[in-house]
Design a protein around this ligand. Structure first.
Ligand SMILES: *Cc1c(COP(=O)(O)O)cnc(C)c1O
Length: 231
């Protein structure tokens, strides 16, 4: 059995177990296979094992990979989007998980209007308030969501976060919990949940089980599937 296949099976098992432990159904969590820096052959290998949802972080790299692979999988953008790259991002991706400012949202909306379509987005929250990280601060989320909800071509599906990097997954738990509580608050205020069930994108290779216990509906897993990135 190929390594990717073995890894995917293990991760799917661990996702189901964590979901059940949290009293949730296994299919309430979707696995985003993060294929950044991985050649398209690895993506195809994962597709052969039934994985059809991928995350990419770099626009130029993703453009080539998606062109090589063609129609089939669903692609989420999980990297930083410069506002002047909004057009490309809007063309390539099903969902952009990292919308964190109004300028970018407006650019996306304008490009989508020209293309005559709508797209799903997540709002990236800087839950750990780290200076070097992207994302809107928790206290800025309400105002940002209110504004973005006015844009006709963007549908806010939920929140995404990259918490502080801490080797012990239990140390990250409070941040995951804070994201869930923030989402609940925004939903109560009528700012979130306008386009179906609220998505929470949180958890990576080292901590996705804890994230699921805290309510993740999307986990973004790279190295645990594909191995160490080549650069
Ligand atoms: C690279 C990346 C991941 C995956 O990280 P792994 O530790 O390889 O699982 C998840 N989310 C984002 C935003 C990333 O950039």
């Amino acid at each position: 059995m190929s390594e990717i296949k073995e890894n995917l099976e293990k991760i799917r098992d661990r996702i189901s177990t964590a979901a059940r432990r949290a009293g949730r159904s296994a299919d309430s969590v979707r696995l985003v296979a993060v294929s950044k820096k991985m050649p398209f052959e690895k993506v195809q290998e994962a597709m052969a094992c039934g994985q059809m949802l991928f995350g990419e972080s770099y626009l130029q790299e993703a453009r080539q990979k998606i062109a090589s692979i063609g129609a089939g999988p669903t692609w989420h953008f999980i990297g930083h989007v410069q506002s002047n790259k909004a057009k490309g991002a809007a063309e390539l991706f099903d969902t952009i998980e990292t919308v964190d400012r109004l300028k970018l949202a407006r650019e996306l909306d304008r490009n989508l209007a020209e293309a005559g379509r709508q797209m799903s987005i997540l709002i990236q929250i800087n839950i750990g308030r780290e200076a070097q990280k992207s994302g809107v601060l928790p206290e800025g989320a309400e105002a940002l969501l209110a504004k973005i909800n006015e844009l006709p071509n963007l549908q806010i599906k939920g929140l995404m976060t990259m918490p502080p990097f801490l080797p012990d997954p239990e140390a990250v738990r409070p941040y995951f919990r804070q994201l869930r509580l923030l989402a609940e608050k925004l939903e109560k205020s009528g700012l979130l949940g306008l386009h179906g069930k609220v998505e929470l994108s949180m958890g990576m290779s080292g901590d996705f089980e804890v994230a699921i216990e805290e309510g993740a509906t999307l986990v973004r897993v790279g190295t645990a599937i594909f191995g160490d990135r080549p650069y």
